[in-house]
Design a protein around this ligand. Structure first.
Ligand code: NAD
Ligand code: TDX
Length: 336
């Protein structure tokens, strides 16, 4: 039986994960979508090209604008909240937009869903749990204490706690997901994997922070988004679900695989100054998501997913070219 079509408000839908989510919803459901996105440096209107105009509406605006948010929330059946300042390095040079968007923006949305009794799903990160030691079997679970390291992860942790408080104090029908590092198409070139791919296209050697021993738990963006929709549909209200696909790799290993995808030697990279406070390792135990909701990742072969991502950046230079020079100018200021 086809479920009744819903009207979703997706915040941050012109960003990396949000845009892939809007494409997924348009392709795999009959839901209609309103995207609310401020088109900051990280948002790209072109990421929403090719979507059905009768089912996807784009609104340019700020999630911290209460009147705008109220007028949109009251028209929809559910909100999936992805809008955020999302880059750790930027949060180290100027934390203020992180406080406004990640905390005040989430607060503004929570007040609107509370007023209009609208289902809310909050997309968050595993970075709220801090980091794990290298070389241990330990993984984050839904019970790991919060211990964020950077202004970015601290504001995401704060936004999660706001959601929990609005559930408990006001009965808001919300769920939270905390996911590990995503990769795939339409990711901003400031992030690790797209930065190295586009560097190589431009003939620049990849840049590894510190020794490159830090470990990230990679998941394809489509697997993340399928989990978000499963939680929206069948997750228990008030609960947190961790999303991860057992994709632990050191940064050095990932750079080696990117170099190999370009037919280059795996050691052909440069070391640059480390990120201050750099989290050592993230690793997710997604047992709750798998057992309760039956979710399984579909991208089990990271090398293949990475090769597809490399191909996407090669084929979509017009999508990223405009962001590249400004991004590298920012990194030049910290010698990275
Ligand atoms: P992104 O930076 O690519 O996109 C963020 C989007 O939010 C942009 O389109 C931007 O224009 C928009 N935005 C920023 N401030 C806004 C505001 N005040 N009002 C309206 N829109 C605003 O980020 P992403 O990587 O797609 O991450 C999306 C969400 O997923 C974030 O909440 C992030 O914390 C979370 N997350 C990301 C990852 C990852 O690996 N990228 C992993 C786990 C969780
Ligand atoms: O040039 C680089 N060289 C490098 O070694 C860059 C840009 C990064 N790195 C390292 C730092 C990290 O160990 O690569 C790793 C990944 O870096 P980012 O892409 O900046 O991601 P990270 O800081 O791990 O955070 C990401 O995952 C969790 C997202 O940006 C967050 O939004 C998400 O919450």
């Amino acid at each position: 039986m086809t479920p009744t079509p819903r009207h979703l408000l997706i915040t941050g839908g012109a960003g990396f994960i949000g845009a892939n989510l809007v494409h997924h919803v348009a392709e795999h459901t009959s839901d209609t979508v309103t995207v609310l996105d401020a088109l900051t440096y990280a948002g790209n209107r072109a990421s929403l090209d090719g979507l059905p105009k009768d089912r996807v509406t784009f609104v340019e605006g700020d999630i911290a604008n209460p009147d705008l948010v109220d007028s949109l929330v009251k028209q929809v059946d559910a909100v999936i909240h992805l809008a955020a300042e999302s880059h750790n390095d930027n949060s180290l040079s100027d934390p203020s937009p992180f406080l406004r968007t990640n905390l005040e923006g989430t607060f503004t949305l929570l007040e609107a869903v509370r007023r209009h009794d609208v289902r809310f799903h909050h997309v968050s990160t595993d970075e709220v749990y801090g980091d794990l030691p290298l070389g241990t079997p330990e993984r984050f679970t839904e019970h790991t204490p919060y211990n964020p390291s950077s202004p970015y992860s601290a504001t995401k942790a704060g936004s999660d706690l706001l959601v929990r408080a609005w559930v408990r104090s006001f009965g808001v029908a919300a769920t939270i997901s905390n996911c590990s590092n995503n990769y795939g198409p339409r990711q901003h070139v400031e992030k690790f994997i797209p930065r190295q791919i586009t560097n190589l296209i431009d003939g620049i050697r990849p840049r590894l922070y510190g020794a490159g021993a830090n470990v990230r738990d990679w998941i394809h963006v489509d697997d993340h988004n399928r989990a978000v929709l499963d939680i929206l549909d069948r997750g228990r209200i008030g609960e947190t679900y961790l999303i991860g696909a057992d994709g632990e790799l050191s940064n050095r290993e990932v750079v080696g695989m990117i170099l190999e995808a370009f037919g280059r030697d795996a050691e052909d990279f440069d070391h640059v100054p480390d990120r201050p406070g750099h989290d050592l390792r993230y690793a997710i135990d997604a047992t709750r998501l798998r057992e309760e909701l039956g979710w399984e990742p579909r991208y089990s072969d990271f090398a293949q997913g990475l090769a597809d991502t490399v191909a996407w950046y090669r084929e979509h230079e017009d999508w990223w070219r405009g962001q590249k020079a400004a991004t590298e100018q920012k990194y030049a200021r910290t010698g990275q």
